[in-house]
Design a protein around this ligand. Structure first.
Ligand SMILES: [Zn+2]
Length: 496
């Protein structure tokens, strides 16, 4: 009997080995391809020198969003005056103003009966962390150009894309280009603090006006250069969905009093126990949706053992997930994450806390919701003494995923493939928050891509130190916007 079992087990191992090796050897990663564009004869009339000069100048306006919501109004006003002078054709389009500094320009198409296109960008930036000014190799608000880079706060996030996009639309109008579909250009002023004055108001206005863009484009993904382990080739990551943002406050009650006679259980001890339980209870998750599609698309470029695993997800998925879970940025694409960030208890060392409070920040995966988060936290902590309530901050449900098939996705993904033939084009999940989430009620297909090459080193500049963008990135970025607008504004681009 035992011999028989061993024989069966061995046979099963051989079958699995043969099947998996066969699958790996015949595995072809799904690849998005397109004829490279533009050829030198077709190149649109983009002035590279103007792209560079405009971006450098835009960085010199300190359009900073602070957590306190106080802004330097003079800087925002001066930025917009400069913007009008720099993009004379954009600035003569009909415009809707939102809370003084937000704008939606309307470039009317010849076919107002068709669904429009929405292009968006924000021009506010995060502050430079006090005390880090000295580690900047170039001052953060000077707009210096050195070693092939334009340096400064906002170069990547996201004055770079916004200024290039504005240049493209201005040039297209100047050359007499006439779109069939209407194009809206949304200029957001407060993305970095939640977008209430800009994107939220603009999306509400669009809903009221019955404006339903068939395609919306915002920041989010980028052209990852050497960021994905095992992949040397550039990967153009188009964000098709983004995670939600949510914070809960946990409050443990105490009796206060003198710390010389503490009770068995203090407020701090109870809170700490709850936090430990929470940290040890990850949300369910796994390789699925666009994240799974992304890894499959990389199958031809990764080392052989990784390809072997990808070709055999049916059996190897748990192994891949384990490897991803060990890396915080990969883990964040698999599930809702839990991050305790703020703690508060007694104001004095010899006084017992009357209550101990913690704020826990969650980034909600599109397969979960705020409700799922609340239920999970209650169930895991399982302590009626701990009060769980929403923290006072902005919170958003995750965005639904946009299509990764069909005409809108095809147009966007092949445009990226045409302008960046060296890159593998993949759908992805945007882990941070962007203003585009506010448009989910008005637009079905929202794609998130700042078309610039981001290396591990450059990535650290986003919201960090030494933010800069390669000068060489600007022209292809302009080409991508040009091609996208040219194709998407055609009446027959989509059937609607
Ligand atoms: Zn941004």
């Amino acid at each position: 009997m035992l011999k028989r079992l061993v024989q069966v087990a061995l046979a099963a191992i051989v079958v699995v080995a043969v099947v998996t090796i066969w699958r790996a050897s015949t595995f072809e990663a799904p690849r998005i391809t397109a004829e490279p564009w533009p050829s030198p004869e077709q190149a649109p009339a983009i002035e590279e020198a103007k792209l560079i000069a405009d971006l450098a100048k835009s960085i010199t306006f300190k359009t900073i969003s602070n957590q306190s919501n106080e802004i330097d109004e003079g800087e925002f006003t001066r930025f917009l005056a400069w913007y009008d002078a720099t993009f004379p054709h954009v600035s003569t389009l009909p415009v809707e103003v939102f809370n003084t500094y937000g704008r939606v320009y309307k470039w009317e198409g010849t076919r107002p009966d068709l669904k429009p296109i929405l292009m968006m960008g924000h021009y506010d930036v995060v502050p430079v962390v006090p005390g880090t000014e000295d580690i900047w190799q170039e001052p953060p608000y000077a707009g210096h150009i050195r070693d092939g880079f334009i340096w400064g706060r906002g170069a990547m996030d996201m004055k770079g894309p916004t200024i290039v996009l504005s240049n493209v639309i201005d040039r297209m109008i100047a050359t007499g280009y006439q779109p069939e579909r209407t194009v809206y250009l949304a200029l957001h002023q407060d993305e970095e603090v939640g977008g209430k004055l800009g994107a939220v108001a603009m999306a509400a206005w669009m809903a009221e006006q019955g404006i339903n863009p068939i395609l919306s484009v915002d920041e989010g993904g980028a052209i990852a250069a050497g960021i994905i382990p095992g992949v040397e080739q550039d990967v153009a990551m188009i964000g098709t969905g983004e995670k939600g943002y949510y914070s809960l406050e946990l409050i443990a009650p105490g009796k206060g009093g003198h710390s010389s006679m503490p009770p068995k259980k203090t407020a701090v001890g109870k809170l700490a126990a709850a936090l430990v339980k929470l940290e040890n209870s990850e949300f369910d998750g796994g390789l699925a949706g666009p994240v799974r599609d992304m890894y499959l698309a990389l199958g031809d470029t990764v080392p052989a053992y990784q390809k072997y695993l990808l070709a055999n997800l049916w059996i190897a998925q748990p192994l891949i997930e384990m490897a991803m879970e060990a890396d915080p940025s990969a883990n964040a694409t698999l599930r809702t994450t839990i991050a305790p960030t703020m703690l508060q208890a007694s104001p004095k060392e010899n006084v017992l806390a009357i209550e101990a409070k913690a704020i826990v920040n969650f980034r909600i995966h599109p397969h979960d919701s705020k409700q799922v988060v609340r239920d999970h936290v209650r169930r895991v902590i399982n302590d009626p003494e701990i009060k769980i309530q929403e923290a006072q901050s902005f919170g958003d449900e995750p965005s639904p995923f946009s299509d990764t098939s069909g005409p809108v996705w095809n147009l966007v993904s092949t445009s990226v493939a045409a302008v960046y033939p060296q890159a593998i084009v993949v759908p992805s999940l945007t882990v941070g928050a962007t203003d585009s989430r506010h448009y989910k009620e008005v637009s079905d297909n929202i794609y998130r891509l700042s078309p610039m090459r981001v290396t591990e080193d450059l990535r650290g500049g986003i919201h960090g130190t030494n933010e800069r963008i390669a000068v060489a990135d600007l022209k292809p970025m302009a080409y991508l916007y040009w091609r996208l607008l040219d194709r998407a504004t055609k009446a027959d681009a989509f059937s609607d």
